[in-house]
Design a protein around this ligand. Structure first.
Ligand code: F0G
Length: 365
C-alpha cells in the first residue's frame, strides 16, 4: 500500500513512460466515482458521477498535463504554450511551475471564468488575451509552436490523450466492469477520444489514438466497452451540425468551441461504440448543474453538467435503458465560475447579532 502517486506511476504499465524517469506530477487522478441516487431515481438507470473537479487544479486537464509536461521535460524544451477556454491554461500553468518551464497561454479575451484566469495568473503564466474565440487561439498557438521553440500542450499533443485515458481505467477499476454507457461533455473533443481509447485498452483493443500496443498488450481487464454519449452546448454544437461553427456561443464557456481539433477521433468514438453526440441547451445545463449541487452534493462548473443534462434529456425521451449502468464525467470544479452558478440570484442573507435568541428566531426555531 502507498499513497496515490499520480496517474503516471499508478498506471505505469499502460502509459508510454520509463518508470525510472521522474514524472512531473501534482498527484492527479484517483478522483471519486460517486453513486448519484437522485439521478438514478430521475432516469431509471444506475448512475455514477466521476468527479474530475477533485483534481489538483480542479479539472480533468491535470491527467493530460502530467503526461504532456513530463514528455516536454524529457525532450528538453524550455517553454510550453496552449490555447484555452480556461482549464487547460490553469493546469498548464501549475504543471509548468512544477517543471520550471516558461508557460504561455492564449485565451479568448473576456470569455474566461474568473477562477480559471486567477489560476493562470497566480501560477505566473504569461497571458495572451486574444481578440477572438478558442478556435482562433488554437490556430495562433499552433503557429507559434511551429515557428518558435515552444512545445504545444493542447490535446493535439498525443501525450495529453494518453494521460486522460486513465479516467476510463479508474472507472472500470472502481466498478469491476465497464459501464453500459459513458456520458461526457464535448468541446475540443480530446476527452471523448481519450476515454474511448482507455475503455478499449482495458478491453484489450486499441484505437486510432493508442500508442503502438503499449497498453493493450497488458491484456484485457474486461470484455466490454460502453456506448459513448457526448453532449455539446446548443450554441456550440459542430458535431450535431456536422461541420464547424463560425461563432459558437454558450454560457458554458469551457466548451465554447466551434472547430474541434479531435473531430475524426470523436466521430470514431461515437460510431464505433454505438453512441451519440447531441446537444443540450444552456437552460438544461444550468438545471443539471443546480441538481448536482442540491441533490448530489457536487458543485461543478456549467460545462461539466452537460453530461448529466444530456442523460436527463435522453431519459425524458425514453432513450435510457432501465437499470443501465451509466457513468457521467463531470469535468471541472464549480468554484472556478461562481458568477455563473449564482446568476442573477439575490443572495438572501440576513445579518444578525451574535445572539442566540435572535439567531434562533431568524432560523424559525
Ligand atoms: N469540460 C470542461 C470543464 C472543459 O474545460 C473542457 C475543455 C471540456 C469539458 C471539453 O473537453 O475539449 O476534451 O472535449 N476545455 C478546454 C480548455 C478546451 O481550454 O480548458 P474536450
Amino acid at each position: 500500500a502507498h499513497p496515490w502517486r499520480g496517474i503516471i506511476a499508478e498506471y505505469a504499465s499502460r502509459l508510454p513512460f520509463d518508470p525510472s524517469q521522474p514524472a512531473i506530477t501534482l498527484g492527479e487522478g484517483g478522483t471519486p466515482l460517486l453513486a448519484a441516487p437522485a439521478l438514478s431515481e430521475l432516469t431509471g438507470a444506475d448512475i455514477y458521477v466521476k468527479v474530475e473537479g477533485a483534481n489538483p487544479t480542479g479539472s480533468f486537464k491535470d491527467r493530460g498535463m502530467t503526461t504532456a509536461i513530463s514528455r516536454v521535460v524529457a525532450e528538453g524544451a524550455q517553454a510550453v504554450v496552449c490555447a484555452s477556454t480556461g482549464n487547460t491554461s490553469a493546469s498548464a500553468a501549475a504543471y509548468a511551475v512544477r517543471a520550471g518551464l516558461r508557460c504561455i497561454v492564449a485565451l479568448p479575451a473576456g470569455k474566461i471564468a474568473a477562477g480559471k484566469l486567477a489560476q493562470a495568473i497566480v501560477h505566473g503564466a504569461e497571458l495572451l488575451q486574444v481578440d477572438g474565440n478558442f478556435d482562433d487561439c488554437l490556430r495562433l498557438v499552433r503557429e507559434l509552436a511551429d515557428a518558435y521553440p515552444i512545445a504545444l500542450v493542447n490535446s493535439v499533443n498525443p501525450y495529453r490523450l494518453q494521460g486522460q485515458k486513465t479516467a476510463a481505467f479508474e472507472i472500470v477499476d472502481a466498478l469491476g466492469r465497464a459501464p453500459d454507457i459513458h456520458a461526457l461533455p464535448v468541446g475540443n473533443a480530446g476527452n471523448i477520444s481519450a476515454y474511448w481509447m482507455g475503455f478499449n485498452e482495458y478491453a484489450g483493443r486499441t484505437t486510432a489514438t493508442s500508442f503502438a500496443d503499449e497498453s493493450a498488450r497488458q491484456g484485457a481487464v474486461v470484455d466490454t466497452v460502453p456506448a459513448m454519449w457526448g453532449f455539446q452546448a446548443d450554441g456550440a454544437a459542430p458535431f450535431v451540425k456536422g461541420e464547424p461553427i463560425e461563432a459558437p456561443e454558450t454560457i458554458a464557456t469551457a466548451i465554447r468551441i466551434g472547430n474541434p481539433a479531435s473531430w475524426d477521433y470523436a466521430c470514431a468514438a461515437r460510431d464505433d461504440s454505438g453512441g451519440l453526440i447531441e446537444a443540450v441547451t444552456d437552460a438544461e445545463i444550468l438545471d443539471a448543474q443546480a441538481l448536482l449541487a442540491r441533490e448530489v452534493g457536487v458543485f461543478v462548473e456549467p460545462a461539466s453538467a452537460a453530461s448529466v443534462a444530456g442523460v436527463i434529456k435522453k431519459a425524458r425521451e425514453g432513450k435510457v435503458p432501465r437499470g443501465a449502468l451509466i457513468t457521467c464525467t463531470v469535468t471541472g470544479n464549480g468554484l472556478k465560475d461562481t458568477a455563473t452558478a449564482l446568476g442573477d440570484a439575490e443572495l438572501e442573507t440576513t445579518t444578525v447579532p451574535a445572539h442566540l435568541a435572535t439567531a434562533a428566531a431568524a432560523l424559525g426555531f
